[in-house]
Design a protein. Structure first.
Length: 252
């Protein structure tokens, strides 16, 4: 088993890629904290993992709330005594708005979840990792964190910020036995479109230039395989990278 005796937190794990990552991590021997603000969904994922012989607990966290994040890490340490892997996966879309149309409210909401929540979780995790002497962070970013024609201004900027945060963190703690990498999925079959509101016709049309070159839509399980590699010791020499899993989309 590739994650035997590891303890992992996966945020946004009630659905889509987070769910697939939580399930695969558990199958590979990790004790998993299945975290989501959809608590019923998180409980269902944790229960299914346990029914298959894995170890998991469900946790209710809105990653946009500092206090929720504090209790997430406290609950993890309380249940499993340590933390080896943090997977920052929870995220929401914008409405494809270009900067001329984005409202402060939408910008702030997208950044609170996609960027500030990730930074705060990394801040808490890093301090745990420094104390323990080891730890791994895997950020589920996006092709939109590397390219400009994949979403609206807020989502694109929020994910580019996490690309920078990933590289900076990797560099800062490179000599502290802490690794930090990112995944840039292409389009993946999940429920994320449910988070889109007030879609901009202009912006959605413009980003089709980028989206039109997508070779195919991926499955959450295909992204989970990369999250497994990056979370495991097999990637011990990989640090500060944002790796695309997109059937070649970024190559275009
Ligand atoms: N689906 C895609 O095509 C795609 C492509 C690239 C990157 N991504 C990124 O992948 C990640 C996972 O998304 P997905 O596509 O699996 O979507 P999804 O909507 O299926 O799953 C996201 C999960 O995050 C949870 N969530 C949302 N806001 C939250 C919050 N504030 N606090 C806690 N949990 C919250 C949701 O309840 C949901 O369970 C996101 O960061 C997304 O930006 C998605």
């Amino acid at each position: 088993m590739r994650l035997k005796d590891k303890v992992a937190i996966v945020t946004g794990a009630a659905s889509g890629m987070g769910k697939a990552i939580a399930e695969l991590y558990a199958k590979e021997g990790a004790k998993v904290v299945v975290s989501d603000f959809n608590y019923e969904g998180a409980k269902a994922v944790a229960k299914a993992i346990e029914e298959k012989g894995g170890a998991a607990i469900a946790n209710r966290t809105n990653v946009a709330e500092s206090a929720d994040l504090e209790q997430l890490f406290a609950e993890t340490k309380g249940a499993f005594g340590k933390l080896d892997i943090l997977v920052n996966n929870a995220g929401i879309m914008d409405g494809m708005e270009p900067v001329g149309d984005i409202t402060d409210e939408k910008w702030d909401r997208v950044f609170a979840v996609n960027t500030t929540g990730v930074m705060r979780a990394m801040r808490i995790a890093t301090n745990i990792f420094l104390e323990q002497g080891h730890g791994v962070i895997v950020n589920n970013i996006s092709a939109g964190g590397l390219r400009g024609a994949r979403a609206g201004a807020a989502y694109t900027a929020s994910k580019h910020a996490v690309t920078g945060l990933t590289k900076n963190t990797a560099y800062m703690y490179a000599q502290s036995n802490i690794r930090c990498n990112g995944i840039a999925p292409g389009g993946v079959e999940t429920n994320i479109s449910a988070s889109m509101t007030n879609i901009s016709e202009f912006g959605a049309g413009r980003q089709m230039t980028g989206n039109g070159t997508m070779p195919r839509v991926g499955k959450p399980a295909e992204i989970a395989q990369l999250a497994l590699f990056l979370g495991s010791d097999e990637s011990s020499f990989v640090n500060g990278q944002v790796i695309a899993a997109d059937a070649g989309w970024i190559a275009y």
